[in-house]
Design a protein around this ligand. Structure first.
Ligand SMILES: Cc1cc2nc3c(=O)[nH]c(=O)nc-3n(C[C@H](O)[C@H](O)[C@H](O)COP(=O)(O)O)c2cc1C
Length: 337
């Protein structure tokens, strides 16, 4: 059943964006439950790749932020992704920024969001994950609560890491959302050192406790200078971080300057990010000396974009905004031989 085609999909794009996302996810879940949506499988074994010790059935994943609470894991898995990333989740539930906080810029195939980590808290997410049937690769993306002061941010990440460790295939440390004040500061200097050391220490403890190693992946911003990227890469190497996701949304407005919605505060995603992110990926891959894998995300809208990400050295990719504009058919298009 092709739910990406036809009137149903164009109707969705006429609804206010946050409502459309909710309706689409709820609809997908209902269709999946009623076995009315067959979905697609992750494709032939030739697409498989092993990264961070995990075997991915194909290299195209769902980026964080669409399923913040793990409410739609089985339905999203049926779309044929090679892996899913849920979250960002914080220790305590929080409502995020006031609405409207999500804006569509269709001419640019872009979105601007300032959701602000609206989520139901880590205990809720863990409960959802433990009742899901999905057996594939699941990344869980963690962050800090808005009300946690910057000097106690590490505590929030450690709290979430402990909670999600047994349920995740890998854990993503989100220090790059532009919508939580001060969060991006964790990408620099001593603050980054302290965070990475604490995470690695806790990872070793949890590995011993559960007798199972779970990779830690750091998600970066595309708004870093090339020098900052090299600096961060040095710290990631020093601390034996397992993977990097490049990138989150940008506070830049290149490519959408003339759109009145460009003045809305928040992170820009989608097509305007394609070239900028490729440069970040390329710089990171070189700086990381291919010792730490890079997962490319940001403006991957076509098979050519995906191949370009692989050509600059990304080992996996994720999508979000292109899925909103192109529907679930995007995954098949990216994976078609
Ligand atoms: C509405 C929205 C919410 C997002 N929420 C999160 C989030 O909670 N955590 C996160 O790490 N990234 C979040 N992202 C960023 C995406 O995961 C991705 O990094 C970014 O959108 C670039 O990819 P794209 O161009 O394919 O959308 C969000 C993006 C959008 C559009």
């Amino acid at each position: 059943m092709g739910i990406d085609q036809g009137w149903m999909y164009s109707l969705l794009l006429k609804l206010p964006p946050e409502i459309a996302h909710a309706v689409a996810l709820k609809g997908l879940k209902a269709l999946h439950r009623l076995h009315l949506y067959q979905g697609s499988n992750p494709g032939p074994s030739v697409l498989q790749r092993t990264v961070m010790g995990l075997t991915f059935p194909n290299p195209v994943g769902l980026a964080a932020g669409l399923d913040k609470n793990g409410d739609y894991i089985d339905a999203l898995a049926s779309l044929g992704f090679g892996f899913l990333e849920i979250g960002t989740v914080t220790p305590q539930p929080q409502s995020g920024n006031p609405k409207p906080r999500l804006f569509r810029l269709p001419e640019a195939h872009a979105l601007i969001n300032r959701m602000g980590f609206n989520n139901k808290g880590v205990d809720y997410l863990v409960d959802r994950v433990s009742t899901a049937r999905y057996q594939g690769i699941l990344g869980i993306n963690i962050g800090k609560n808005k009300t946690t002061p910057a000097e106690r941010a590490v505590d929030d990440y450690i709290y979430c890491l402990r909670k999600v460790y047994p349920y995740a295939s890998y854990i993503t440390i989100n220090i790059s959302s532009p919508n939580t004040q001060g969060l991006r500061q964790l990408q620099f200097g001593e603050e980054l050192d302290r965070l990475l050391q604490a995470l690695k220490f806790e990872q070793r403890e949890l590995e011993q406790h559960y007798q199972c190693y779970k990779p830690i992946v750091v998600k970066l911003s595309p708004d870093l200078s090339l020098d900052e990227i090299r600096d961060i890469a040095g710290k990631l190497l020093l601390n034996n971080i397992d993977g990097v996701i490049a990138c989150n949304t940008t506070v830049g407005r290149e490519g959408v300057e003339k759109n009145p919605l460009a003045q809305e505060a928040g992170g820009l995603s989608g097509q305007p990010l394609t070239t900028k992110n490729r440069k970040v990926m390329e710089t990171l891959v070189t700086a990381l000396q291919q010792k730490i894998p890079v997962i490319g995300v940001g403006g991957i809208t076509t098979r050519e974009d995906m191949e370009a990400a692989f050509n600059v050295g990304a080992e996996l990719v994720q999508v979000y905004t292109a899925l909103i504009y192109q529907g679930p058919g995007l995954i098949g298009k990216l994976l078609k031989a």
